[in-house]
Design a protein around this ligand. Structure first.
Ligand code: F6P
Length: 363
């Protein structure tokens, strides 16, 4: 008799904690549930191209602390719009039925998908075709709906905080305005939390369009009080009142093709022009996604993985594992699909920042 089996894939942009999740799934499947785990390579591309590996104990041993994903990821692959080049010509095919066929042929009890909103949306569509899905919330942006946290966020927050700490001293030495641009897409969680943790003087998030006057006045005011430097934590998705976000690149065929970046250079040029204070910019970029996961992310990823296997065992499919009020819960994938969790204007975190005199970019 064939062993009971689950499949796992890691989709979208990588982050710290993915390997911890792969290890958690594989070890608890083997130890706890007597099951075997099929790892698909490069997210949904592995399902499309039939590239997979049976994950053994040895393969996942020692990966808890490693960044990235041993399975690889892809943020463009989509079984419903699979891109094929015929010479110069690009054509898109819906090959989701073949993917469902493979899933059935392999006798998978469920397909565990670790990813963000793009991954959950594709997973949700496969679910409608009969694939039993279990989702795991991954992203440094913390913008997935229905969960208080996603794995990968804490590591990125630590990296961004350390970067802010490090530029503090150089800003002080040179009496400069230093702008640290962090990732997060349309959500400001990373900038807000790293900004508070690093004691930024100004925090700019996409949810609160900024007023240039306020940024300039804050930098000037600090100078008048003997603080001859300022630290600005800028979310890559920040934008001025009535203005647009800075687009760094458009990635065709990606579920969300816009890659943001560069707004801090625009702000720096304006601050310098109006205040005469020298400005410098550090764009952290993918540094925030790499390296060893923090203990919090390791624990969270392992808890999420164990809970996901419990859902498989209980036959509770088509749910994403989530952390709500300190408890591991399961939320229907439909509730997560196509949604983003942004920073609400009444967030206690915004109140906290304002209470300690941090400017949120508006008067
Ligand atoms: O969603 C994670 C994320 O790192 C965002 O913060 C960022 O905007 C985007 O992915 C970058 O994507 P890519 O890896 O395609 O450059």
């Amino acid at each position: 008799m064939r062993k009971r089996r689950v499949g796992i894939l890691t989709g979208g942009g990588d982050c710290a904690g993915l390997n911890a999740v792969i290890r958690g799934i594989t070890k608890s499947a083997i130890y706890e549930h007597g099951m075997e785990v099929v790892g698909f390579h490069d997210g949904f591309l592995g399902l499309i191209e039939r590239r997979f590996t049976i994950l053994t104990f040895d393969m996942v041993s020692g990966i808890l602390t490693q960044g990235g994903t041993i399975l690889g990821s892809d943020n463009k692959a989509n079984p419903f719009e699979h891109v094929v080049y015929e010479g110069e010509e690009k054509r898109k095919f819906d090959i989701s039925n073949q993917c469902v066929q493979l899933y059935n042929d392999m006798g998978l009890e469920a397909l565990i998908c670790a990813g963000g909103d793009g991954t959950m949306t594709i997973a949700g569509r496969l679910m409608e075709k009969g694939v039993r899905i279990v989702g795991l919330p991954k992203t440094i942006d913390k913008d997935l709906a229905e969960t208080d946290i996603t794995f990968g966020f804490d590591t990125a927050r630590c990296i961004a905080t350390e970067a802010i700490d490090r530029v503090h001293t150089t800003a002080q030495s040179h009496h400069r305005v230093m702008l640290i641009e962090v990732m997060g897409r349309n959500a400001g969680w990373l900038a807000l939390e790293a900004g508070i943790a690093g004691g930024a003087d100004i925090i700019l998030i996409p949810e609160i369009p900024y007023d240039m006057e306020e940024i300039i006045n804050t930098a000037r005011r600090r100078g008048q009080f003997g603080r001859r430097f300022s630290i600005v934590a800028v979310a890559e998705g920040a934008r001025p009142i009535g203005g647009a976000q800075a687009v760094q690149k458009v990635v065709e065929d990606s579920p969300d093709p816009i890659r943001l970046g560069g707004i801090s250079h625009v702000i720096a040029a304006q601050v310098e022009e109006h205040t005469g204070i020298e400005c410098r910019v550090a764009v952290l970029g993918h540094v925030q996604r790499g390296g060893t996961p923090t203990p919090l992310d390791r624990v969270l990823a392992t808890q999420f993985a164990v809970k996901a296997m419990e859902l498989v065992e209980a036959g509770q499919f088509n749910h994403m594992v989530a952390l709500r009020g300190g408890e591991m819960v399961a939320v229907p994938v439909e509730k997560v699909m196509g949604r983003q969790q942004l920073v609400p204007h009444d967030s206690p975190l915004i109140k906290t920042a304002l209470s300690v005199g941090t400017s949120m970019g508006i008067a």
